[in-house]
Design a protein around this ligand. Structure first.
Ligand SMILES: Cc1cc2nc3c(=O)[nH]c(=O)nc-3n(C[C@H](O)[C@H](O)[C@H](O)COP(=O)(O)OP(=O)(O)OC[C@H]3O[C@@H](n4cnc5c(N)ncnc54)[C@H](O)[C@@H]3O)c2cc1C
Length: 381
């Protein structure tokens, strides 16, 4: 982005670009959905952190550079343009960390954030349950009071990268007598290797084993690992979802870089006579740029004191559908080879298909947009 970019952002961008040019691995790391890839990505996180590039917008005391959201957006552009690895720490840094900044104690922040920034502790999100996905408030996993803490029991599912992660954050029912399902829930952190935790990988289309379900049998969590007040889990969780659906999980930098790669592919392999496909490549460039500008406008509101609210659902619907269209265009350009090759585009395409489901399905996002942004009447549930 270069809309009146300040000198400070230009310098910051140049410093990031230079560092990334010197340090991004020449060969892509193995997939972070495998044990080998997880270890390689942890090392990369440590390298980023050592140069204070892993969490640029955090305060310096926790390993960041204390920069604002516009610097962060510039960093993201440079990061993805440099072809740098996917972030194995993304659940921690994009979801748990903003929640900790808003709701945790000083002690919790000091204890949790530095090891998250270095990739020493990688976090998984443990929210969904077999009967509680879209209707998350119907979750049944319990946390029962015990001396000095809580005992967790129940089943969580669809937990990204949980097979290799170290710790998880989730919501648990602490007051089964509460009058409404979203009351009596508590947000807490737990150890995935604690006694009573069983982690079972869920088979994926691509056979990679990191995605998992969790079985919890009286897992002890000390009081120190409860975030906010017991019973306030729903309110705290809703502040996390704004970050997940909004700009953090899918920053525009990723799509700008992907659209650039698509243009290169068109120049290498495109048939100049295929104007329909050429238009789809152009649409990808326009879409990435539109998303960048839309995000910049949101970031300006955020920097002006607004909170991330229901508009994050607009981002989510856009990036998930755009990601699929972009990858389908690439595969059509590659022809049959694209489907067969175990390459970046084919893998990216398979993953893009999950975009309308994770971080809250697009049907649910459309309901939120209709009700909260457009003021339409509530649908029948
Ligand atoms: C790749 C991937 C990664 C994920 N990672 C994580 C993770 O790390 N941690 C985690 O906790 N969860 C994770 N999830 C789970 C994800 O959040 C849920 O799959 C999602 O919220 C949908 O829940 P569900 O699968 O139970 O589907 P359901 O809620 O059963 O929905 C089934 C279908 O019905 C529709 N539907 C349901 N209710 C309504 C309604 N009221 N109005 C209109 N349509 C409705 C849905 O939109 C959907 O199309 C992940 C999922 C995927 C696919």
């Amino acid at each position: 982005m270069d809309l009146h970019e300040s000198a400070s952002i230009r310098d910051f961008r140049a410093e990031a670009r230079e560092w990334l040019r010197a340090h991004v691995p020449a060969e892509p790391l193995p997939s972070l959905e495998t044990g080998e890839g997880f270890a390689a990505h942890r090392k990369w996180e440590a390298e980023l952190a050592a140069a204070r590039w892993s969490v640029v917008s955090w305060p310096e005391e926790y390993g960041g550079r204390g920069v604002d959201i516009f610097h962060w957006l510039a960093f993201e552009e440079e990061y993805w343009a440099a072809g740098a690895p996917g972030r194995v720490s993304q659940n921690g840094i994009n979801l748990l960390a903003p929640t900790l900044f808003d709701h945790a104690t000083e002690e919790q922040r000091a204890r949790v954030l530095p090891s998250m920034a270095t990739g020493e502790v990688v976090w998984a999100q443990a929210w969904s349950e077999p009967e509680a996905g879209s209707d998350l408030a119907s979750l049944k996993s319990r946390a029962v009071r015990t001396d000095g803490g809580w005992l967790l029991s129940g089943q969580k599912t669809w937990s990204s990268r949980a097979a290799f992660a170290d710790r998880a954050f989730g919501i648990f029912r602490t007051d089964p007598e509460a009058p409404k399902p979203h009351q009596g829930l508590t947000y807490l952190m737990f150890d995935l290797r604690a006694p009573g935790v069983t982690v079972r990988p869920i088979g994926r289309l691509d056979g990679k084993p990191a995605f998992a379900e969790l079985f919890l049998d009286r897992v002890f969590v000390p009081d120190a690992d409860v975030i906010g007040e017991p019973g306030q889990g729903w309110r705290i969780a809703m502040s996390t979802t704004g970050n997940e659906r909004g700009l953090m999980l899918r920053s525009p930098g990723r799509f700008l870089a992907a659209a650039d790669r698509l243009v290169r592919l068109w120049h290498e392999q495109g048939d100049p006579g295929d104007t329909a496909l050429r238009d789809r490549v152009a649409d990808a460039v326009i879409g990435a740029r539109a998303y960048e500008l839309f995000t910049a406008a949101g970031a300006a509101r955020f920097a002006g004191g607004a909170t991330i609210g229901a508009e994050s659902s607009l981002n989510k619907v856009f990036w998930s559908e755009f990601d699929i269209a972009l990858h389908e265009t690439a595969l059509d350009l590659l022809g049959p080879d694209g489907e067969l090759a175990d390459g970046e585009w084919a893998e990216g395409h398979v993953f893009s298909l999950a975009g309308p489901i994770y971080a809250g399905t697009n049907e649910i996002q459309r309901d939120i947009i209709a009700e909260r942004l457009l003021g339409l009447p509530k649908g029948r549930r």
